[in-house]
Design a protein around this ligand. Sequence first.
Ligand SMILES: NC(=O)c1ccc[n+]([C@@H]2O[C@H](COP(=O)([O-])OP(=O)(O)OC[C@H]3O[C@@H](n4cnc5c(N)ncnc54)[C@H](OP(=O)(O)O)[C@@H]3O)[C@@H](O)[C@H]2O)c1
Length: 343
Amino acid sequence: MKEKTICMVGFGNVAKAFARLIQRKENELKDKYDVAFRVTAIATGRHGRALDPQGIDLTRALELSAAGKKLDELSKTSSPDSIEDFIVQSRADFLLENSPVNYENGEPALTHIRCALEHDMHAVSANKGPVVHAYHELKKLAGQHQRKYLFESAVMDGAPVFSVFREALPAANLVAFEGILNSCTNLLIELMEQGKSFDEAVAYAQSIGIAETDPSGDIDGWDAAIKVAAIVTVLMDTPYKPQQVERQGIRGITQAEIRQAQKDGSRWKLVCRGEKIGGRIVSKVAPEMVTPQSPLYSVSGTSSFVLFKTDVLPGLGLLESNPSPDTTAYGLLADVLNILKTE
Ligand SMILES: NC(=O)c1ccc[n+]([C@@H]2O[C@H](COP(=O)([O-])OP(=O)(O)OC[C@H]3O[C@@H](n4cnc5c(N)ncnc54)[C@H](OP(=O)(O)O)[C@@H]3O)[C@@H](O)[C@H]2O)c1
């Protein structure tokens, strides 16, 4: 049986869900995939670091994290100060990069991923930043080291947005796409349809952990724009930044407009669009009123949806309902297993 080691940078909602997932699937992974995983390193921002070449006790790491405690007591060797030295010292087969997204420049995740690939580790990440700021560079670097950089969970969590093109659609060229790629705003608009004011909807979404303390990344369309940029960059093979997406968030939608749309049998949605026209990309994130004839109309709550138009399949849709850190963690595991298939 193969033994594969993992270095985790970031031990938040997604990474902890991944830790629980590989514990839950331990026997299945051994029986069906002939692999056992050992997490040898975990780094956080403010909650310390753990390094143990024999394998960190994940149950204890999860307990310490749940108690808001630091992870350092799990270390069996001293931890270097710099995060790059930490990644190198982990000598792991995989880096799992799950630090917070940076819309501006993808850092520090970009540095972490670059460091891992330069030291012959595969890199798997749910972080959108490095995808839009350095996908082509990282792909080339991975190739030079005969390693892989995959990021399925960066868009629509565990839904196979990137791997469906990579694995299942050879010689299909993406021409255009439309979709609902931000769950938070989709939920906020639905709460307003149910009669809540914008502020009440935001407060409720915050109380159930869907909206962040500063929800502007979602509300002003940045999260949607970075996902549009990631799809254009990877699936249209064109480097594209979130700042290039024409972007309007949902702050301007009034309750009166929402009521009027309901009377007309329509719904407001924050719609993402991208199209390749000649060699040029046209992209947009903006609120639109959609009718029941649109596949976007029935995308409810925190669900997300994308409809791809390719030169061979004119309409192929992917719907993800009930996303959570668990579904994001599954996307990471799928990337890891897909990489192992190629070894
Ligand atoms: N949540 C989802 O379902 C979801 C879905 C798709 C994609 N993503 C992406 O997945 C990534 C992780 O999301 P999350 O929800 O797990 O975030 P999170 O709960 O905020 O966790 C972030 C983790 O990164 C650590 N961290 C912060 N700065 C760091 C640094 N400089 N070096 C090393 N670690 C650092 C934090 O440590 P401290 O807490 O100690 O600061 C924490 O452990 C993000 O890029 C996010 O955009 C998340």
